[in-house]
Design a binder for this molecule. Structure first.
Ligand SMILES: C[S@@+](CC[C@H](N)C(=O)[O-])C[C@H]1O[C@@H](n2cnc3c(N)ncnc32)[C@H](O)[C@@H]1O
Length: 473
């Protein structure tokens, strides 16, 4: 490719819409045509996809202990179940998220009209009624799960925890037929064994259900129907019911993971931190299995991320399928008919791109909603209109001994061709801006799993140079 041709994006012609993935026809206008396009898009995003639909034949499958008297009940706070009378009851909810995304999760929850949203470490707390819990599961792109606070009390010993769990009305939520899993986490808890505390909760739930209903639930850590979470801090035990089940980043479309895929809720969080909006072009020059771009397409279409997955609240006693259906139907009716945002991914690995294309189709998107280009990031031309790069490049060790040279080449390419672009890079290399010789506008600390990373944000302005001093965090 000549250096001239790098200045504007000359992309392969968009493929014609396939009959399998009908695309709204851009030429038609008017209210009827718009309604038809909306129906097509809603149908497309809601119909089931066969488990192995492929884009190409080439890709192989693939929480301070006060010290109450034992059985002190005064300060115990409990919540009751989602019966008709209690649908308007307010629950305290904790939505965990990857560390570093608390502020954007809080924004998202406020935009979803939740009240009393408070940022905490690795999550947000808010209050809502039971229908709000269903909505949070369906709509949150950034939360990892939605935990409903059921009981809380000061505790001093594992026996206090047993008492708290035994006195909680689990039978309003589930019974002996549901398979049970209990998880425990703690911050500054003086309990000697978290495993033993976990066991006490499980025993208490089983003992209560056996006493009330004549049988106890089986424990199943792999495929539970009911998940209870015990959180301990220095003085208090809190019991949560996990309304989500599987983590919310599992949207239900990923078939191919690729080499080092980002979790979907981290991708959504990075997009939110970057400031990208669907009015601007988005490029991921190291797109791998396409997570960032697929997430962006769903954001641009206003498609709810939980549309195609099951939730644990559906298995709880008193679940109201009619209300759930209505919430989903309202969400479907708000899906946009067309995707006009230029979304472009590149990768030097053809296999990664084959996976990205498969994932695209399994995410119920049309083949041409995202353009995947086999190309080295150091040659990828920009779109005519400046936009955003949000990307997760390979980390140092994957680049071998040529990392320094690689980053300088890519930075030179960005300075030459991406004037006016906003570039966002997540990396565990905390020295990345020095390697790129670019001065970051911001460095957001974020965790990718257990990996301490930064989201570096650069504004590309022609031939800018790295100023080592003023880095903000
Ligand atoms: C950490 S992975 C990206 C994972 C991606 N975010 C996902 O969720 O699947 C980095 C990707 O960069 C690609 N890559 C490595 N060197 C490249 C280069 N010079 N140009 C473009 N892509 C490259 C790799 O093939 C790999 O797919």
């Amino acid at each position: 490719m000549s250096s001239d041709s790098k200045k504007t994006l000359r992309l392969p012609r968009r493929p014609q819409p396939s009959t399998e993935d009908p695309q709204p026809h851009p030429a038609k206008s008017g209210a009827r045509a718009l309604r038809a396009r909306t129906r097509t898009r809603q149908r497309q995003l809601t119909e089931p996809v066969p488990p192995q639909r492929r884009a190409s034949a080439a890709s192989p499958p693939h929480p301070s202990i006060q010290h109450p008297q034992r059985n002190q009940k005064k300060s115990v706070q409990r919540s009751s179940s989602p019966t008709k009378e209690t649908t308007k009851q307010l629950f305290t909810v904790f939505a965990p998220c990857p560390q570093g995304l608390e502020a954007v999760l809080a924004q998202e929850l406020q935009q979803l009209d939740f009240e009393g949203v408070q940022k905490e470490r690795a999550g947000c707390r808010f209050h809502t009624d039971w229908n709000g819990i269903l909505r949070a599961n369906l709509f949150s792109r950034i939360a990892t799960r939605i935990l409903v606070q059921i009981a809380q009390a000061p505790v001093r010993t594992p026996d206090d925890i047993y008492d708290l769990a035994y006195e909680t009305e689990w039978e309003k939520w589930f019974g002996p037929r549901e398979r049970l899993r209990v998880d425990t986490s703690a911050i500054r808890s003086p309990m000697q064994s978290l495993q033993y505390c976990n066991l006490r909760v499980k025993d208490a739930i089983c003992d209560r259900l056996r006493a009330r209903e004549g049988a106890r639930p089986d424990v199943d850590t792999v495929r539970p129907d009911a998940k209870v979470h015990l959180f301990l801090d220095a003085h208090t035990a809190t019991l949560y019911l996990d309304s989500s089940g599987e983590s919310l980043f599992k949207r239900g479309w990923r078939y191919h993971k690729g080499a080092a895929p980002l979790r979907e809720n981290l991708a959504a969080g990075l997009l939110a931190l970057s400031g990208w909006t669907p009015q601007k072009p988005l490029l991921d020059p190291f797109c791998g299995s396409g997570t960032i771009l697929i997430e962006a397409a769903w954001i641009a279409l206003n498609a709810p991320p939980g549309l195609h997955r099951p939730f644990h609240f559906e298995r709880l006693r008193n679940h109201n399928p009619r209300i759930w259906k209505r919430i989903k139907e309202q969400a479907i009716s708000a899906i946009k008919p067309t995707l006009t945002t230029p979304l472009i991914g590149a990768d030097i690995d053809e296999q990664a791109l084959a996976h990205a294309r498969d994932n695209l189709l399994r995410a119920r998107l049309a083949a041409d909603n995202i353009q995947f280009i086999p190309m080295d990031a150091r040659a990828l031309p920009p779109t005519p209109e400046a936009g955003y790069i949000v990307t997760n490049p390979p980390y140092g060790e994957r680049l071998g001994g040529q990392a320094a040279e690689f980053w300088q080449d890519w930075a030179a390419h960005l300075k030459s061709h991406y004037d006016g672009w906003n570039v966002n890079i997540i990396s565990s290399d905390l020295n990345l801006s020095a390697q790129l010789r670019l001065h970051p506008d911001r460095r957001y600390p974020v965790y990718n799993g257990a990996l301490d990373c930064r989201l570096f944000q650069f504004s590309i302005r022609g031939r800018q140079e790295h100023k080592p001093s003023q880095q903000s965090e």
